[in-house]
Design a protein around this ligand. Structure first.
Ligand SMILES: [Zn+2]
Length: 428
């Protein structure tokens, strides 16, 4: 058993995570020059991006020079992949260097390399308190999308054992945690709430019949009240991380939970969404990432998430800057149960039902879980039946990847102008 003290200090890549500001700048600039050259020579989409901006790869000498390049957003990536399938010209290595290809909503295909140097999630797990010998239950989906596989790779790098729980099957997952004395949880905060409820239902004491000591959560907001409740309930440490399916890990909390450290081997800029200019500490802008992975070398990928960073020292000793808080989305794209939903996918659902006149998707939160409701005004003369509601509810996950419920409302209830997705969740 690992002691609590061992879980609360140290770094996975001690030297690189604690570089002085001058050494960090030199290291990042050198890595940026390397990846810019590699991407320009091997990934046609990156070459195009440079050529369109009349920038030569050797003119990108420092992080500041990135401002000369435009930001690529998720919807552009999807369009580019459709035009030049499957990777839109972003693949930076030969196919025989790939080990896995995932598919995220869009669809967007994400290639991964056999001998990847990308250990950013491993840094995150170590910072959260994971140590060699932990048994980690991964409760993210093992279908299509990459996160569960990334997290399994991170566990293996730390010499931990993975128990692939996947999504749902709560009772079996509780049993697995109990029988195998699982020490680490990897999943969303809300699924850990489900685990705690089911365990109690089965007559387990959370601290004595389950053995969780540490947890890494992602994919949802983590209100401090919920973190406290779960940490105390299980007697464990819970830390969170941030990333996207396109670029992977971009931030993680250390024991001191005062923001999310940037992994040392990527560049995270906070950028003015209008001008593309880099902003300073405390200024709110879009999170834009440049990663050093040769396989899928994203240079200036715009996450669409808003945040700000701090360069204040952290007691953990890591000198990397920290994202203070994710403030929301740039546009109307909203994250529900860890999946992005957007007006386009909601329209896709509504488009299948000629009975629907107007609708609004309401996102709310009950008992620490996201709820998505289609509030619907039907066309004149159409009756709101259970049968129709059932058919619409069955169609929602196909287009949106998350479940939702249907509520019929009187015609004329929705105002003349309204947001198609109304996010009413409140975070503390
Ligand atoms: Zn720290």
């Amino acid at each position: 058993m690992t002691t609590r003290g061992e879980r609360t200090s140290g770094c996975y890549a001690e030297r690189l995570e604690t570089l002085s500001p001058a050494d960090r700048a030199a290291y990042q600039d050198a890595e940026l020059q390397r990846i810019a050259r590699h991407a320009y020579e091997n990934a046609p989409a990156i070459r195009q991006k440079f050529d369109n901006s009349r920038v030569k790869p050797d003119e990108i000498k420092s992080v500041k020079d990135l401002e000369r390049l435009p930001i690529t957003h998720k919807h552009e990536l999807a369009a580019l992949q459709q035009k030049a399938p499957p990777f839109g010209g972003f693949l930076g290595v030969p196919w025989d260097r790939l080990k896995r290809i995932c598919m995220s909503p869009g669809p967007i295909y994400e290639p991964e390399e056999i001998h990847s140097q990308n250990d950013r999630w491993t840094q995150a797990f170590f910072a959260a308190g994971f140590r060699k010998g932990d048994i980690g239950q991964i409760t993210f989906s093992y279908h299509l999308v990459p996160p569960a596989f990334w997290f399994e790779d991170a566990l293996h790098r730390l010499e931990c054992i993975a128990t692939p729980g996947g999504v749902g099957n709560t009772e079996l997952q509780v049993q697995m945690m109990h029988d195998l004395k699982v020490t680490a949880y990897i999943g969303t905060p809300s699924f850990l709430v489900n685990i705690s409820k089911k365990a109690r239902e089965l007559g387990y004491d959370l601290k004595h019949d389950l053995y969780l000591e540490v947890g890494f959560v992602a994919g949802e907001m983590l209100p401090e009240s919920l973190r406290d409740e779960l940490e105390q309930g299980f007697g464990m440490i819970i830390r969170q991380g941030y990333g996207t399916a396109d670029v992977g890990c971009l931030g993680y909390e250390c024991y001191h939970k005062n923001g999310m450290h940037f992994p040392h081997n990527c560049i995270v800029e906070i950028v003015d969404p209008e001008t593309g200019r880099q902003l300073g500490p405390g200024e709110t802008g879009e999170i834009v990432a440049t990663v050093f992975d040769e396989v899928y070398p994203m240079i200036r990928f715009g996450t669409g998430d808003l945040s700000y960073y701090t360069d204040e020292p952290c007691p953990c000793g890591r000198s990397t800057h920290r994202l203070v808080k994710i403030l929301g989305r740039l546009d109307q794209v909203t994250k529900v149960k860890g999946m992005f939903i957007h007006p386009g996918s909601a329209d896709e659902v509504a488009g299948k039902f000629p009975e629907i006149d107007r609708y609004q998707v309401v996102v709310d939160r009950k008992a620490h879980a996201d709820q998505m409701t289609f509030t619907i005004e039907l066309k004149e003369g159409i009756d709101p039946t259970q049968e129709l509601a059932g058919r619409i509810e069955a169609a929602i996950p196909t287009s949106m990847r998350v479940r939702g419920t249907v509520q019929f409302i009187e015609r004329g209830t929705l105002p003349k102008e309204y947001r198609k997705i109304d996010d009413r969740r409140k975070w503390d």
